[in-house]
Design a protein around this ligand. Structure first.
Ligand code: UDP
Ligand code: MG
Length: 159
């Protein structure tokens, strides 16, 4: 059935992807977006914002007991914006995690965003949903339904 994260396992599946403040300040927004565009995923929503502490805390609520949680929230809400996006396509949640790479950039595949551009776990540039349930939570948290576009992919005009 159709949900805010599409239908799991189909071409309508959606993932929440966020370029974190370090990605914006390092001017890697275009290069990161290109990875998803060039792979063939469809951009469904995008906005730049500085999240409120409440939004950042809820986004990372599963990690609230971890020692790095407060620093993580502070970093995400520092005032340098994030770029929040929703990408759609076949297997986008799992493939998005592969594009992003391992949480610790020291362990990330060198072909991944983190493996190419990051060295520190606390400044690893990008977030991507890790499962269908977290995609559903995160898309709903960051976007209103009317901010999500439904459109046909590009096809060459015949005129
Ligand atoms: N993080 C950190 N130190 C750690 C583990 C995680 O600063 O030891 C930060 C890091 O920015 C990571 C985020 O917390 O991206 C969320 O952690 P998670 O385990 O969900 O990693 P992710 O899903 O981003 O790969
Ligand atoms: Mg995570």
């Amino acid at each position: 059935s159709k949900t805010i994260a599409g239908e799991k396992g189909t071409a309508s599946e959606r993932s929440f992807v966020m370029i974190k403040p370090d990605g914006v300040s390092r001017q890697l927004v275009g290069k990161i977006i290109s990875r998803f565009e060039e792979r063939g995923y469809k951009l469904v929503a995008i906005k730049s914002l500085t999240p409120s502490p409440a939004l950042a805390k809820e986004h990372y609520s599963d990690l609230s007991a971890r020692p790095f949680y407060n620093g993580l929230v502070k970093y995400i809400t520092s005032g340098t914006p994030v770029v929040a996006m929703v990408w759609e396509g076949k297997d986008v949640i799992k493939q998005g995690r592969r594009i992003v790479g391992a949480t610790n950039p020291q362990e990330a595949d060198p072909g991944s965003v983190r493996g190419q551009y990051a060295v520190s776990v606390g400044r690893n540039l990008i977030h991507a949903s890790d499962a269908f349930d977290s995609a559903t939570k995160e898309i709903g948290l960051w976007f209103a339904e009317e901010e999500l576009s439904d459109y046909e992919p590009w096809v060459m005009a015949d005129n």
